[in-house]
Design a protein around this ligand. Structure first.
Ligand code: PLP
Length: 454
């Protein structure tokens, strides 16, 4: 947005209105009244975060952490980017909320900035509150467009915590929530732990495609509305598909009139070093879902980018879906501020370069020194280290080892992202080479300790 850029506040200088309360009360109030996601509540001791700037956050006693988690892999532009904060503040002065039924300039501009980055023909956006409802609505569009009911998705995936999205999910979070119907799952490429007995990326790709073709045949092609895939499965381990895989999926889908939905909620908007992760692959989706990095979560937002034929289905037919806060002006202002700043400041390019020249080589050097690292995967600011107890068998390290790695990072002032037996290296896209060096030094010490304990 065209607002003057204020000087960045110095860390700790800016306090939120409620942060005037004495230190310590944040945790007390949390434990008394806040019910947390995906957790048994009794033993939780969450870290208190009071503020942040760029790649750093700090607690209410002023202890600083280098944020190599980007929280839930969403703060692509870094904490408190002044242009995004100013865009939200400017919009708040003008209009804080408006029904989705109205046209609004900020909403239109946000949709324009998103679709400008998408392939030609994907010109419309349906805005949601986050990633789960983006996937929910993409699946609904695919079902209504094709007149078919079934959605195929990967076992190694996460698509969100709502009715169909959590059942489309492959990981453990699906099992206690399996109430929606019309879903089937399949295995996707993961050479390090191949489900196809493959030993090369080419073999893994060809066999994974053969497997998908068989699943489609067995599920009944005429009943399948869409294949839903994370372009790069994120929480499942940053599993960049081998060359040709996504193009092969597209071919199978086309053969049977099935739509392809690519979930870019975590991988999109700079994370892989591209605006969209699929920019690095030879594939054109029918529907793209997004959230997180589109405005770095400064105000919750997500959405579906829709190809012309699917959009045309609803030219004369009612689309039976909507949300009170679809296209909320504060979220839209945050999108406009984020995407303009990311383009002007070449933040996606930064993610690509720092990934290729610093994070990737740095992690490979760590892997050469640490037998506990079984594999390094990734690009941009989207990396995972597989931690193994044994290089030969690739047996994952025990949960206690991962717990110690996490605590070791926190003790050294680094906020890590861990999932299963993996350490995900996922800083904001604005990360500098010096910050990468600081993180690598922490990982080095922590992994040395982990190996000593093995
Ligand atoms: N899709 C992917 C790939 C995700 O990683 C996530 C969240 O982590 C979601 C969907 C769900 O997004 P949200 O939590 O905003 O509903």
């Amino acid at each position: 947005m065209n607002v003057p850029t204020p000087a960045a506040p110095s860390p700790g200088a800016v306090r939120s209105p409620v942060s005037q309360a004495p230190p310590g009360t944040a945790l007390e109030l949390d434990r008394a009244h806040v019910f947390h996601s995906w957790s048994a509540q009794g033993s939780l001791q969450p870290l208190t975060i009071a503020g942040g700037l760029g790649c750093e956050v700090w607690d209410d006693e002023g202890r600083h952490y280098l944020d190599f988690s980007s929280q839930l892999v969403n703060i692509n532009i870094g904490h408190q980017h002044p242009r995004v904060v100013a865009a939200i503040a400017e919009q708040a002065q003008v209009l804080t909320t408006i029904s989705p039924a109205h046209a609004n300039l900020t909403r239109g501009r946000a949709a324009q900035l998103i679709t400008e980055r998408a392939p030609d023909g994907l010109d419309k956006v349906f805005f949601t509150n986050g990633g789960a409802d983006a996937n929910e609505n993409a699946m609904r569009m695919a079902r209504l467009h094709t007149g078919r009911s079934k959605i195929l998705s990967a076992y190694r995936s996460y698509h969100g915590n709502t009715g169909s999205a959590v059942v489309a999910t492959g990981d453990w979070r699906r099992i206690p929530n399996e109430f929606a119907h019309g879903h089937a799952h399949f295995f996707t490429p993961y050479l390090f732990r191949s489900d196809f007995w493959a030993s090369t990326p080419e073999e893994e790709c060809a066999r994974a495609l053969e497997h998908l073709a068989r699943v489609v045949e067995c599920e009944g092609p005429a009943s399948i509305a869409a294949i839903l895939l994370e372009t790069v499965p994120g929480t499942a381990g940053v599993l960049t598909p081998p060359p040709g895989y996504l193009a092969g999926v597209r071919e199978i889908a086309d053969k049977h009139g099935i739509l392809l939905i690519l979930d870019e909620v975590m991988a999109g908007f700079g994370r892989t070093g591209h605006w969209f992760a699929f920019d690095a692959h030879d594939v054109r989706p029918d529907l793209v879902t997004f959230a997180k990095g589109v405005n770095s979560g400064y105000v919750p937002a997500g959405g579906v980018i829709i190809d012309a034929p699917v959009a045309a289905t609803f030219d004369d037919r009612v689309f039976p879906g909507g949300l009170t806060y679809s296209g909320h002006p504060l979220a839209m202002a945050a999108i406009v501020g984020t995407l303009e700043a990311m383009a002007d400041e070449k933040i996606v390019e930064n993610a690509r370069t720092v990934g290729a020249e610093h994070i990737g080589p740095g992690l490979q050097a760590l892997a050469a020194a640490h037998p506990v690292i079984g594999e390094v995967r990734g690009s941009g600011v989207f990396w995972a280290l597989e931690l193994v107890a044994d290089q030969e068998t690739r047996a994952p390290v025990a949960p206690a080892v991962v717990g110690a790695v996490k605590q070791g990072c926190l003790d050294r002032g680094l906020l890590p992202f861990v999932a299963d037996n993996r350490l995900h290296v996922v800083p904001p896209c604005v990360v500098t080479p010096a910050e990468v060096d600081r993180a690598l030094a922490v990982y080095d010490e922590v992994l040395t300790e982990a190996e000593a304990a093995l």
